[in-house]
Design a protein around this ligand. Structure first.
Ligand code: ADP
Ligand code: MG
Length: 710
């Protein structure tokens, strides 16, 4: 079939299973009247997709009230007015740099409509001499006479109803006008179908919420400032829809996982006892509590899917070790996966004495092992002679076969998607999974990010930690800082120097780090090194080793990953352009120091002047070292998407929900999702059918496949 006969809606990205009723929303925006390829591209750039649906999610952020329609003489300067005018006379600019003027009038007086850099044809077409026009914009007085520069809207009497309104104002991108975007959105609304109601009838009645179609129309046609408030019933309804879709997707995955048989691991405790007696410390209360939760999960015949959340230094490693030994005591294998080569080796290093004390065999397997050596390692994994395997996440993706993998511990640096977690569990049918994260996430967000998992929190630090003294320093004071550092180095300090994140671009990051490295090297000589993400793993390791052994004094680094290591002798953390980092990131970075006995410092360098929010954010760092508190503050001061680092992964950014306002809705959505799954796990009732539509609407339909394959 010639390709031009293929209808756009038959394009390959159309997913099977999507209810037909949603088709109009999944067509391309260029199918809307008046939206050509150029505007189509701009809309795609602005809204993140070229689907009509994405226009509907694009919320107005402001309003212009164009209902005020006075006579010219009654239009106060500085106010928006919609005027009905007769076009009198065109005066093209007498010379370059001067504006094009159009004189127009009503019975009360005259006004000049002013255009800079205007095309004569365009102005003449818009404002034909002698015609009656409707013009809306801000009235000004210039040399005592009323004028309006670049009216926002020009039309004929027929256009009055679309001009003299409360006009929503949208976030825009260069080249796209609010008028064009608004028109596109209005056409998208016209195309929007009435969808079956997926909300609980009783709930809907109680809340007195509009239906979906009404809500989305109201969102884009606010009747006043209240229409922009996230608490407005229409917006709240849509936010709830979005949250419910997310929670339901997670609940479906969770339900499937729960139904999945796991294995009951209840070891005799012999190996764990050996490890515990080799520890030079006692477990904290939080560690004991988390272990109890983990053991209970492991003992149950259902598969464990648990998140262990704890700040840097809260002692997750020993908890992981004890959990792994529980599996080994039962004759199974356990694996510990780190996000990077360096971290995998670091884990191996810390675990080694403990595993040796317990008499357990282990091996390290990373992408770097090649050829014969690799084969030998794979053999140990396959025949079970390695009871514990420590490696990078690649362990899961590659062709690694375990004899009997009972527990997988995943040390997470970047958040996994729900899908990825599912694929991880494919390595062994009933493998228990424990995910460790050092990113303290506020409770409200834990639900969203990890709603499919149970959570244990290490909210208590091991005793004897030195507080890290944190200082905010302007970049102009750099000299004084480096002088101070020189003295510190003389008395044996080791320093991390983290360079700014530039626009998520690794190349620019690197340039900035390189420059700083050269400056520091000029002053401190060969005892400075640079480590960055583009280096070969071996070279990175060498640098890290030299820093750990004390052969280097200053380690300049580009990203968080490279400093995700344990060097207790490092006592100074410098973060350049700290204002560009998220609080969670800063907190993680700071956690790299203060691990030894010596007093530690964290210098947050900023280039001023800081905005109020930036100031407030950085002060939070100075005031507390509690990661959970910092995360809550961060949520208050930024958006949820920022905290979860989802800008890049795109997975968890909300379009309609704003968790700083809708946290209660999130909790309700979670309960609702649980109830739905309890009562109608296959989504087969009529509400269930409608809920499937909801999942497709928010593109959370990957969860539906688990209904089928379940
Ligand atoms: P995390 O992985 O959570 O960042 P680690 O597991 O690396 O933290 O622990 C940090 C340091 O604290 C390690 O040196 C570890 O041996 C030590 N540690 C862990 N638990 C305790 C405890 N209960 N008491 C004292 N020190 C502990
Ligand atoms: Mg750790």
């Amino acid at each position: 079939m010639p390709s031009n006969l293929v209808k756009k809606s038959d394009a390959p990205e159309t997913r099977t299973g999507r209810p037909f009723i949603l088709d109009p929303l999944f067509r391309r925006v260029t199918e809307l009247p008046g939206i050509g390829p150029r505007n189509g591209k701009l809309i795609e750039k602005l809204c993140g997709s070229d689907k009509i649906l994405s226009l509907l999610w694009h919320r107005p952020v402001d309003l212009v009230d164009r209902r005020f329609a006075p006579k010219i003489k009654d239009a106060p300067p500085g106010h928006v007015a919609t005027l009905t005018l007769k076009v009198e006379k065109h005066s093209p600019p007498p010379r370059r740099g001067l504006p094009y003027r159009v004189r127009a009038s009503d019975e009360s007086g005259a006004i000049d409509l002013v255009f800079f850099n205007a095309h004569r044809d365009y102005v003449e077409k818009q404002l034909p001499a002698g015609a009656t026009v409707i013009v809306s914009g801000t009235v000004e007085h210039y040399q005592g006479r009323p004028q309006m520069t670049h009216p926002d809207a020009i039309g004929t009497e027929e256009d009055r109803d679309s001009i003299q309104i409360i006009e929503p104002v949208y976030p825009l991108t260069a080249g796209l006008t609010n008028r064009t975007l608004r028109k596109a959105i209005q056409s998208a609304l016209d195309a929007a179908p009435d969808l079956p109601e997926w909300q609980d009838a009783a709930w809907k009645e109680r809340q007195n919420t509009p239906g979906w179609a009404d809500a989305i129309k109201t969102l884009h046609n606010p009747s006043g400032p209240a229409g922009l408030d996230p608490r407005h019933p229409a917006r709240a309804r849509l936010a709830y829809d979005e949250l419910l879709a997310g929670q339901l997707a997670l609940a479906l995955v969770r339900h499937r996982n729960k139904r999945q048989k796991g294995r009951a691991f209840k070891g005799d405790g012999a190996l764990r006892k050996k490890l515990l007696s080799a520890l030079p410390f006692r477990l904290t209360g939080a560690q004991e509590r988390s272990l109890k939760e983990i053991y209970e999960d492991m003992e149950s015949p259902l598969r464990m899917l648990r998140l262990l959340q704890g700040d840097v230094g809260s002692g997750k490693t020993v908890v992981a070790a004890l959990a792994m030994l529980n599996a080994v005591e039962c004759g199974a294998q356990a694996a510990l996966m780190a996000p990077t080569e360096i971290l995998a080796r670091q884990h191996a290093e810390s675990l080694k004495p403990w595993l040796e004390a317990a008499g357990v065999s282990f091996c390290i397997l990373t992408g770097r092992d090649k050829g014969k050596a690799r084969e030998a390692l794979l053999q140990q994994v396959a025949d079970g002679s390695a009871q514990i395997v420590i490696g990078t996440h690649a362990l899961f993706q590659e062709d690694v076969n375990f004899r009997d993998l009972g527990l997988a511990v995943i040390d997470e640096q970047h958040r996994f998607g729900v899908d990825q977690r599912l694929s991880l569990s494919a390595k062994g049918p009933g493998t228990d999974i424990l995910v460790m994260t050092a990113t303290p996430i506020p409770r409200t967000l834990t639900l969203t990010a990890y709603g499919d998992m149970d959570v244990s929190r290490l909210d208590e630090k091991p005793p004897g930690r030195q507080p890290v003294e944190t200082k905010l320093i302007s970049l102009d004071k750099l000299e004084a800082l480096t002088d101070g550092m020189a003295r510190q180095i003389e008395s044996g300090a080791r320093i991390y120097w983290v360079c700014p994140l530039v626009e998520e671009s690794e190349v620019l990051d690197l340039a900035a780090a390189q420059e700083r490295y050269e400056i520091l090297q000029a002053r401190f000589g060969a005892r400075v090194a640079l480590v960055h993400g583009r280096m070969k793993a071996e070279d990175k390791d060498t640098v890290m080793k030299n820093f750990a052994s004390g052969a280097l004094d200053i380690l300049v680094a580009t990203t968080v990953i490279e400093v995700g290591v344990n060097v207790p002798e490092a006592t100074i953390m410098v973060v350049e352009h700290a204002e560009r980092f998220g609080l969670a990131q800063l907190h993680q970075l700071r956690g790299r120091v203060g691990r030894g006995a010596a007093r530690s410092y964290c210098f947050l360098l900023y280039s001023g002047p800081l905005t109020e929010t930036a100031k407030e954010r950085l002060s939070v760092m100075r005031e507390t070292e509690d990661g959970f508190l910092i995360a809550e503050k961060d949520l208050e001061l930024r958006g949820a998407g920022d905290i979860l680092g989802t800008r890049q992964s795109g997975e968890l950014s909300f379009r309609l929900a704003d968790l700083t306002v809708h946290a209660a809705l999130l909790a309700a959505a979670r309960d609702d999702a649980r109830l739905i799954i309890e009562k109608d796990p296959e989504l087969k009732t009529s509400r269930g059918e409608a809920l499937r539509t909801l999942l497709y609407l928010f593109e959370r339909d990957q969860a539906i496949q688990y209904l089928r394959s379940g």
